[in-house]
Ligand binder design. Structure first.
Ligand SMILES: NC(=O)c1ccc[n+]([C@@H]2O[C@H](COP(=O)([O-])OP(=O)(O)OC[C@H]3O[C@@H](n4cnc5c(N)ncnc54)[C@H](O)[C@@H]3O)[C@@H](O)[C@H]2O)c1
Length: 382
């Protein structure tokens, strides 16, 4: 297939580009370096440098022989969008191109507005471009498990049958996002569902949990092919952050009681899930939703696992419960369904002490780069 990755420079975008091209697909990436720009503006940096997208594409070509085409530009701008879609004419699109940080979206009015404008407009432009240039193309969109929040009932895979006064109807599962960023993902889902109903688009919306890791089969140990590894409060997902705190001898910052349960997955499994969704597409007029996680942990469980793995490497990892800057339930029921991707063939890469230790070994190699002051700044929700 010809697959266009929107947000192809990102944490998930670049590893996806390598993975899909290694599996025989023709791949193009589009990105405007928003993630890099925001990191620069907020004075946070990844653990080790990440070459530009054309540099990574050239390196990947030299080690694998696979081509990845690169388009640099802003997907909220129609001229660029039409150049990319009209030029590449994809059979499928992976849409990652959003501002993905919950704390960043809560930082200021400006950051909130940027998140809203960027995320809704990249999604709308993706829909308009499919309609205009490739109406049969399948859109695989990254949503988040955070769209559902933490309801006191089981979380279904995207949909809920509601019985009301003797009649039944299938609705999108109720959503209660926990940040402005997550709210934009809820709005994306609603927008996609509208255009699926109205224009008969084929869409898969993947409700993904926080991702961890940096190494994939395609990157191997070559750090120039690895994605950004952020460990700061704004862009570092929790486990990546804990691993860096562990090696830097900074207590792991558990928010409140640490009873917040979420669904997690290894970056290797993100790639597998996205490929499975692409190779088994949704039908025209279908909004297919999968919950993309492989296991659930509370934050305190994760912290203890990191502590134990660290002890195995001779590190004395401390855990500190700090006042929760977010507004969220710290003890709650959490029981999501996640069978759809397994039914398509996903074999999960579960979290082990060995995986944690390999992440710590990577962080130890770059211990000198760790900027302690960026790890916790306490962006407040209220
Ligand atoms: N990483 C996770 O743990 C996680 C979890 C759940 C959902 N997601 C979702 O997956 C997607 C990818 O996440 P990520 O962690 O790779 O984030 P990322 O910020 O590393 O990747 C997004 C990429 O999109 C690009 N982008 C954003 N707006 C753009 C625009 N207007 N024009 C062109 N490019 C643009 C950014 O520069 C960046 O490279 C996001 O939609 C995110 O919400 C991520």
């Amino acid at each position: 297939m010809k697959i266009l990755i929107l947000g192809g420079d990102g944490y998930l975008g670049w590893p996806t580009a390598m993975h899909l091209s290694e599996n025989g697909h023709e791949v193009a990436c589009a990105d405007n370096y928003l993630r890099r720009t925001v990191c620069l503006n907020e004075d946070v940096s990844p653990l080790f440098p990440t070459p530009s997208l054309p540099e990574r594409a050239a390196r990947w070509k030299s080690v694998s022989g696979n081509d990845v085409k690169v388009f640099i530009g802003d997907l909220t701008q129609w001229d660029f969008v039409s150049e990319v879609f009209g030029g590449f004419k994809p059979d499928a699109i992976v849409h990652y191109a959003e501002q993905p940080s919950a704390p960043y979206s809560m930082l200021s009015r400006r950051a909130a507005s940027q998140t809203l404008n960027n995320n809704l407009n990249t999604t709308a432009n993706c829909v308009f471009a499919v309609r205009e240039f490739c109406p049969k193309a399948h859109i695989v969109k990254l949503g988040t498990m955070g769209e559902y929040g933490t309801p006191d009932i089981d979380i279904e895979e995207g949909w809920l049958n509601v019985e009301h006064k003797g009649r039944t109807q299938r609705f999108l599962y109720p959503r209660q996002a926990g940040s402005l960023y997550h709210t934009t993902k809820v709005m994306d889902t609603d927008m996609l569902w509208f255009y699926v109903r109205t224009w008969g688009l084929a869409v898969t919306d993947l409700m993904q949990g926080p991702v961890y890791g940096a190494t994939t089969p395609e990157s191997g140990d070559d750090e120039r092919l690895m994605p950004f590894f952020n460990y700061d409060e704004l862009f570092g997902t929790v486990l990546n952050r804990f691993v860096v705190q562990a090696v830097a001898d900074i207590p792991l910052t558990v928010y409140g009681s640490g009873g917040q349960i979420r669904g997690y997955l290894n970056i290797i499994d993100t790639l597998k899930c996205v490929r499975l969704a692409l190779e088994n597409p949704a039908s025209p007029g279908e909004l297919r939703i999968f919950n993309q996680l492989t296991e659930t942990f509370s934050v305190k469980q994760l912290a203890r696992m990191v502590q134990e793995a660290g002890a195995g490497m001779g590190l004395n990892v401390r855990i500190e419960n700090i006042v929760n800057p977010r507004k969220e339930a710290e003890e709650h029921y959490y029981n999501p369904t996640y069978t759809g991707l397994k039914d398509l063939g996903l074999e999960p890469t579960l979290l082990t002490g060995e995986i944690l230790q390999s992440m710590m070994a990577l962080a130890l190699r770059h211990k000198g780069n760790i900027r302690r002051e960026t790890i916790f700044r306490g962006v407040k929700w209220a």
